[in-house]
Design a protein around this ligand. Structure first.
Ligand code: HEM
Length: 380
């Protein structure tokens, strides 16, 4: 559909009105109170909403005809020319079938520690790229240790889960940046950066998904080096509930995970993650709600950035509560008759609360205790 001119809008007036009233458009799933402290909010403000609805109700009359040019699709890097571009080798995606996670381990050849002020995905075939996570794998890490270098590789669940018993998560792998539908390129903010230690590799965890037509995907990740030493180091924490067991037909299954701060930090961004049975999600800081997503939509995996990072005091607890609807009333539910557990595929489930926190750049990064079960293999 085209929203470019007064004429092209008219046939869509009713659908537009309905989607606005239903709250499905514009696609923004955080409620009003939490949106007040979030950046890049896509919701309509109440005044604009009223103006638009009253015009649509009249059938979108063209009293003042207009013609707009659609914005060009981004073909270049949104954050400027990266310092390094990591290319994922061309992957053949079949037209049908269930695809397991593919891995790529790329040598970075960094001889000194490198601060990264931003990273950006350039996704080639978005219809078949379900998600990609890029992890920094520090030297000596046990993470997918047996994977060959610089070639696409399907690792088994056992290979992915293998780890040394005494290994700290931060010494095993650190999430640099994820891509999923709804992704918008952005930096971590002035004075903030992620650290890639000398000798680290980049591990790409890629989920291609068959979409009815075979495709060849060649996606890329651009890295931007920090020009000056950052004041704060950004880390991604991701408490996850791998013990999910959602009964058949259950309309309101609840799962809960926490992250406890062992030292002061700041909260920078939040990204609730569930699959097709995801119904609602809430992240609380101690007793206060930071993010409330009352109608979760699997198709919009939004990263919610705070306008101003929120201070997290030593001992503060971030709680992530997920609700799932495994009943036939959930129109996205692929099968309401099964007990659903944790799994990679969209017809299995996840509860992961991805959150980015910032700490003073020189501090030991191992400052969070995640509740519940051990972090399951795999990212999203
Ligand atoms: C007031 C603003 C907007 C209105 C009135 C509007 C209206 C609509 C309508 C009528 C549809 C068709 C829904 C259907 O199938 O019944 C639609 C679909 C869609 N819109 Fe919007 N839209 C708005 C803003 C946006 C924005 C800001 C984005 C992207 C950031 C977006 C992305 C999409 C996408 C991807 C679809 C197709 C997939 C889907 O249904 O989720 N829209 N929109």
């Amino acid at each position: 559909m085209s929203f470019e001119s007064s004429q092209s809008i008219r046939p869509w007036a009713k659908a537009m009105k309905n989607s606005i009233l239903k709250g499905s458009m514009p696609p923004w799933h955080a409620d009003e109170p939490s949106s007040a402290h979030l950046a890049r909010v896509r919701a309509l403000d109440p005044k604009d909403k009223a103006t638009l609805l009253s015009w649509l109700e009249k059938g979108a009359p063209a009293d003042q005809p207009f013609n707009l040019k659609p914005p060009a699709s981004p073909t270049t890097w949104q954050l400027g020319k990266p310092d390094v571009i990591l290319k994922i080798p061309a992957a053949q995606i079949p037209a049908s079938g269930t695809l397991q996670y593919t891995f790529l381990v790329s040598k970075l050849n960094l001889t000194a520690d490198q601060w990264i002020s931003a990273a950006e995905w350039k996704i080639d075939q978005r219809q078949v790229v379900h998600h990609i996570n890029s992890f920094v794998r520090p030297p000596g890490s046990s993470y997918v240790k047996q994977a060959p270098l610089d070639q696409l590789y399907v690792a088994t669940r056992e290979e992915r889960a293998a780890r040394r018993t005494d290994e700290r998560e931060i010494d095993r792998r650190e999430l640099l940046l994820g891509y999923e539908p709804g992704y918008v390129p952005q930096t971590w903010g002035e004075g903030r950066a992620k650290l890639i230690r000398a000798g680290s590799d980049m591990v790409f965890e890629i989920h291609y998904t068959a979409n009815g037509k075979s495709a060849v995907d060649s996606s890329e990740l651009g890295l931007y080096f920090a020009k000056t030493k950052p004041i704060e180091r950004v880390l991604t924490i991701s408490p996850a509930d791998s013990n999910l067991a959602i009964p058949p037909g259950e309309p309101n299954y609840q799962s809960h995970v926490t992250a406890t701060m062992l030292d002061d930090a700041k909260l920078v961004s939040l990204q609730p993650h569930m699959h097709l049975r995801g119904k609602a999600y809430r992240i609380d800081l101690d007793q206060t709600t930071v993010l409330n997503v009352p109608s979760y939509d699997f198709n919009w995996q939004t990263t919610y950035f705070l306008k101003q990072p929120i201070p997290l005091k030593k001992g503060a607890v971030l709680s992530c509560t997920a609700w799932f609807d495994n009943s036939p009333n959930n129109r996205f539910n692929p099968d309401p008759t099964k007990t659903i557990t944790w799994g990679d595929q969209s017809w299995e489930e996840m509860n992961v609360g991805f959150m980015e926190i910032a700490i003073p750049a020189t501090r030991d990064p191992d400052i969070v205790k995640l509740s519940g079960t051990t972090r399951p293999a795999g990212g999203r």
